[in-house]
Structures are given as C-alpha cells and as structure tokens.
Design a protein. Structure first.
Length: 220
C-alpha cells in the first residue's frame, strides 16, 4: 500500500529581539487546518526548530529523517518582510548570535558545500497565487545568513540526495501580524497581513505543492 505524500513544515521559536515568533503560530494553525480536513491523501507534519545553531540543525536533520517528506517548506520571520517573502536562494554562509548567545560553529554551513543552492518549490507560481488571494507576496534573492538561510540550505542539500520530489523552500513572514498580540511596544510600519491572512496563504502554498505531488483533494 502506497503511503500518502508527506509535506514537512518547520517554524522557529523565539530569538534575540523577537520574543514571540509568529512563524510557530502560523504553522500550528496551518497544521490544524489540514487536520480538520481529515483527508488521508496528504500528510502534513511540522517541527519547531530551536533558534540555536547546533540544536536547529540537529532537530531539522532528525525531522527530515523521520518524516521522509515529499516536500519541505520552512517558515521564519524577518523585520524587513511586510508580507510573504518567498526565498529563492540559499547561501553557504552562517553568521550572527543565536538565542543562546552563540556564534555558528563555522562561517560555512557545509565545509564542502556549493556556494549557492536554488529553492526547488515553484516560487513564481506561489507568489502569483498568494497575490491572487490579495496577500502581499514577493520573491527574494537573499535569505540572509542566519538560521532561516541555514535550514533552507540544509533542506536543499538533503533533497539533492533523497526523494523530495515536491520541492524544498523557505518563506519569511513579518515579525508582527496585524491583530496578533506581541510584546512589541510599537507596530512595525507596513505590516498589512493578519494571522488569518498568513494561515490562508500557508494553506494555499501547501495545496499548490500537493497538486504537484498528484494529490486529489476533490470533495475536501
């Protein structure tokens, strides 16, 4: 009996300057949406990654090994994001202090890794579909050099040696969402998305990947 395609999602916990990471709330609610659908034709699973260099990479490796996903999408936050920022490139570079006040063990993610890797989810189509939902969305050529870039790079490295046929990618969200309670004293200018908007966009993204995996969701 063939197993249902699996899509793995990851989100991050708090890190310096962001004591409440909205990516975890978006992924949690997105997971609940698919659980409520009750379909057996698609398995959506999620893992919360610590914002620590060693713990994040170890946790991601374990999640990829356990889930054996057909597609993988990581979610994180960026102060520069005003909507969905769909990353297209991962650099073999790591920098910045993590939540445990530690620097990365080395400046390269993989010592023998290629300089760049390209996201394999359909980034242009995702942005187009999100905009069709009246959600702010754009593609990005720079995922930074923090853990978001690292998990995209490692996810792509894993995909190159396994059957991740539905693609691998990463999406940045705003650090604040309209109507979402945080401990921030002032709102960030330009934020136009709500938590409901972010979840709706994440659900649409997963549905697109499911389409590419041949999942029939008729009647759901």
């Amino acid at each position: 009996m063939n197993r249902a395609p699996t899509i793995l999602l990851t989100a991050f916990g708090p890190f310096p300057g962001v004591s409440q990471n909205v990516s975890s709330d978006v992924v949690k609610r997105t997971m609940q949406h698919f659980a409520d659908r009750g379909t057996s034709e698609l398995n959506v699973t999620a893992t919360l990654l610590p914002t620590e260099w060693r713990a994040a990479t170890t946790t991601l490796a374990g999640a990829l090994e356990a889930a054996r996903p057909d597609a993988y999408v990581g979610f994180g936050v960026s102060r520069k994001a005003c909507g969905f920022v769909v990353e297209t490139l991962a650099r073999n570079a790591a920098a910045s202090v993590d939540a445990n006040k530690q620097m990365p063990p080395q400046s390269q993610i993989l010592s023998r890794g290629v300089r760049y890797q390209t996201a394999t989810i359909p980034t242009r189509r995702i942005v187009s579909e999100l905009r069709a939902l009246n959600l702010p969305a754009r593609r990005s050529l720079n995922a930074g050099s923090y853990l978001c870039n690292t998990v995209l790079y490692l996810g792509l490295a894993h995909a190159n040696g396994s059957a991740v046929r539905g693609g691998c990618g990463f999406v940045h969200l705003p650090t604040q969402l309209a109507g979402h309670e945080t401990d921030a004293k002032t709102p960030i200018a330009g934020v136009r998305m709500s938590l409901d908007d972010a979840v709706a966009g994440a659900v649409r993204l997963i549905d697109l990947l499911a389409d590419d995996l041949g999942v029939n969701r008729a009647g759901t």
